[in-house]
Write a protein that binds this ligand. Structure first.
Ligand code: NAP
Ligand code: HSE
Length: 419
């Protein structure tokens, strides 16, 4: 019998408890032993819950319980959660977590601290999709050339609904929260940080690169408007929040941002809360992973897979899948050097000479325009919708700054990269 203690019995923790009950027989058969949740910890004991397990509001009741073999951390946050998992490891307990924010900051220290103890985190990236398993084990014979995909269910759900139904941004965000997809602080989702945390975890497994969220390009979907969505449709694109990791010689490019993707690409067709990640290995070629990226049951499915795995063998693996530096130590590519095609929406006063001044600025920054559309509105302003040929990030950023300072430009231009 394996005894589990769960720290944080909210959306995911509740599903873990329920699935361990509902699927008890098949889980025991696969684990080779019975798995029982001995107790759980929550912040507020007065909330009404119907879980059928012992609850406490003191993490030490689980962490110091000698009968508990596996501590499952599902409380979220960074530093408190770090304290909890360190305490569990100190007490020689195996750990399972779904906490990507924790891993985005402390994964290398945790690999060190875990040593021979099992430390698993399948649910931290892409909810129910076994992407950690695929990347760390299934593709371990390959040099990983790129990882690209939709890694945040909340944003994909929101963009899908904005595109299909024209529903307002705030209303859909509320819906995603009610469905249990969003983080406790949803700016982590819409600001791109959650996807960045996941990308950093994948990039560590693929490239051994130790980057923090502050080191990489992270943008969210807060500025995407119905007008951008309509432009995308008109020109055969879809807008998705993508996480991208690409190896280029001895450098790795890591970025998260809203992206215009050709509507015929597989990733463009991934809608709703679904996530989809493409991983290209030098020997295997392209592989694709698709499934529910958020939600209690999908995420708990991955958490329980880790519990079963530990119950079967009790053995640890190197947490990130390597013991020695990978690829001779790759460096992070500077954000300025990123190369892409771009789309810009520039709101201007609709008067003579404006268009020619804007196009001159593009030329002065060595940026070649591919398409240009002007959409006038009733208030004597107009939106210029411009897509470019391939350009360098530094040039685009300088140009946007230049454009923003012009007296006939009414607001900061919106930029979306074309992937
Ligand atoms: P949640 O619904 O907010 O649940 C968090 C739970 O932790 C609650 O039971 C809360 O207690 C408890 N808690 C929070 N701080 C605590 C503290 N200091 N001490 C003791 N208990 C504490 O969150 P969730 O959606 O289940 O997410 C849990 C983790 O899984 C997060 O790291 C999240 O990023 C990750 N994750 C979530 C999803 C998803 O789809 N939801 C998917 C993948 C990964 P109360 O109930 O009393 O408030
Ligand atoms: N908030 C996250 C998302 C949960 O929407 O993808 C899954 O990690």
């Amino acid at each position: 019998m394996i005894k589990v203690g769960i720290i944080g019995v909210g959306t995911v923790g509740t599903s873990v408890v329920n699935i361990l009950k509902d699927n008890q027989e098949i889980i025991s058969a696969r684990a080779g032993t019975k798995i029982e949740v001995k107790s759980g910890v929550v912040r507020d004991l007065s909330k009404k819950r119907d879980l059928g397990i012992l609850l406490s509001d003191n993490v030490n009741d689980v962490l110091d319980d000698p009968e508990i073999d596996i501590v499952v951390e599902l409380m979220g946050g960074v530093e408190d959660a770090f304290g909890v998992v360190k305490h569990a490891l100190k007490n020689k307990k195996a750990v399972v977590t779904a906490n990507k924010a924790l891993l985005a900051y402390h994964r290398y220290e945790l690999q060190e601290l875990a040593g021979d103890l099992a430390f698993e985190y399948e649910a931290s990236v892409a909810g129910g999709i076994p992407i950690i398993n695929a990347l760390r084990d299934g593709l371990s014979a390959n040099h990983i050339e790129s990882i690209m995909g939709i890694m945040n269910g909340t944003c994909n759900y929101m963009l899908t609904k904005m595109s299909a139904e024209g529903v307002s941004y705030d209303a859909i965000l509320k819906e995603a929260q009610e469905l249990g997809y969003a983080e406790a602080d949803p700016t982590f989702d819409v600001g791109g940080f959650d996807a960045a945390h996941k990308l950093l975890i994948l990039a560590s497994i693929a490239y051994g690169i130790d980057a923090k969220p502050e080191d990489i390009l992270i943008e969210g979907i807060q500025n995407i408007s119905q007008e951008d969505i309509n432009f995308a449709k008109e020109f055969g694109y879809r807008i998705k929040l993508l996480g991208i990791a690409k190896k280029d010689a001895n450098q790795v490019e890591l970025r998260v941002h809203a992206s215009l993707i050709d509507e015929d690409e597989m990733i463009a067709k991934i809608d709703g809360v679904m996530n989809g990640i493409s991983v290209v290995g030098d020997k295997v070629g392209e592989t694709l992973y698709y499934g529910a990226g958020a939600g209690g049951n999908a995420t708990a499915s991955a958490v329980i897979a880790n519990i079963i795995d530990i119950a079967r063998s009790g053995k640890s693996k190197p947490m990130l899948g390597f013991d020695k530096p990978l690829e001779g130590g790759l460096k992070l590519k500077s954000i300025d050097e990123i190369v892409s095609k771009y789309y810009l929406r520039i709101n201007v006063s609709d008067k003579a000479g404006v268009l020619s001044k804007i196009t001159t600025i593009f030329a002065n920054h060595n940026i070649s325009i591919e398409t240009i559309l002007q959409r006038p509105s009733r208030d004597a302003s107009a939106n210029l919708l411009i897509s470019t040929h391939t350009a360098v990030e530094k040039d685009i950023q300088n140009m946007i700054q230049n454009i923003e300072e012009l007296d006939f430009v009414n607001s900061k231009p919106v930029m979306i990269r074309i992937v």
